[in-house]
Design a protein around this ligand. Structure first.
Ligand SMILES: [Fe+2]
Length: 209
């Protein structure tokens, strides 16, 4: 559970600050994720919308750092990258972003925000609702045109999510999440890439439901 109250004022300041730290392309994606997370959050958990917006704004803050810069952040915290992370450099930014949030944005150093950022790329077993929403919003944000992303966006919004019962709605989210992990795993396999343990476990925990 989130322990901080994210206000509109805090969000405006954060939006302003992150925009000077990333390329225009990354910023457009980030704002797209913010919008998607708010849209999904409005239906699933209106009380969490501002927290989700904050997590979305923060999710890619280290995405454009170089591998040595990613490594430096981890070492500065006396931590190590897992073997999976070393093999898949594109997943490192989620971990490093979770580490720099308390340093750069102490007002947002909240467990729920940090975990949503930390697991937005690989997922993990038994994801929380906010972790799922940030993961999915990153995947289906409207600036994405990759066919898998378009397919998943259509699958998610192709149903009348708003008018479902709560249990139908949660089941729908899990179905879409499972589909996203299937697409990701198929894509990694096609490109001969390593599938991280967290991604395999995320898929496994959803398929059991
Ligand atoms: Fe992203």
């Amino acid at each position: 559970m989130s322990k901080i109250n994210v206000t509109e004022k805090m969000l405006s300041a954060l939006r302003e600050d992150i925009s000077s730290r990333m390329s225009e392309r990354r910023l457009l994606h980030t704002l797209g994720v913010e919008e998607m997370a708010a849209r999904i959050g409005e239906i699933y958990c209106p009380e969490k919308v501002n927290m989700l917006r904050a997590a979305a704004l923060l999710h890619d803050i280290t995405k454009e750092l170089t591998p040595p810069e990613q490594k430096e952040i981890v070492e500065r915290h006396d931590l190590e990258m897992s073997r999976d992370m070393q093999e898949a450099p594109s997943t490192q930014h989620a971990f490093t972003a979770s580490l720099v949030i308390p340093e750069l944005y102490p007002d947002f150093a909240d467990e729920e925000i940090i975990d949503a950022v930390k697991y937005h790329t690989t997922g993990r077993a038994d994801m929380t609702l906010s972790e799922k929403i940030i993961y999915l919003s990153d995947y289906i944000d409207c600036t994405r045109t990759y066919p898998d992303c378009v397919e998943l966006r259509d699958v998610f919004w192709g149903r009348d999510v708003k008018n479902m019962t709560e249990s139908e709605r949660l089941a729908h989210l899990d179905t879409v999440m499972l589909r996203s992990f299937d697409l990701t795993i198929a894509d990694l396999k096609a490109r001969n890439k390593n599938i991280s343990r967290e991604t395999a476990e995320a898929r496994e925990s959803l398929s059991k439901k």
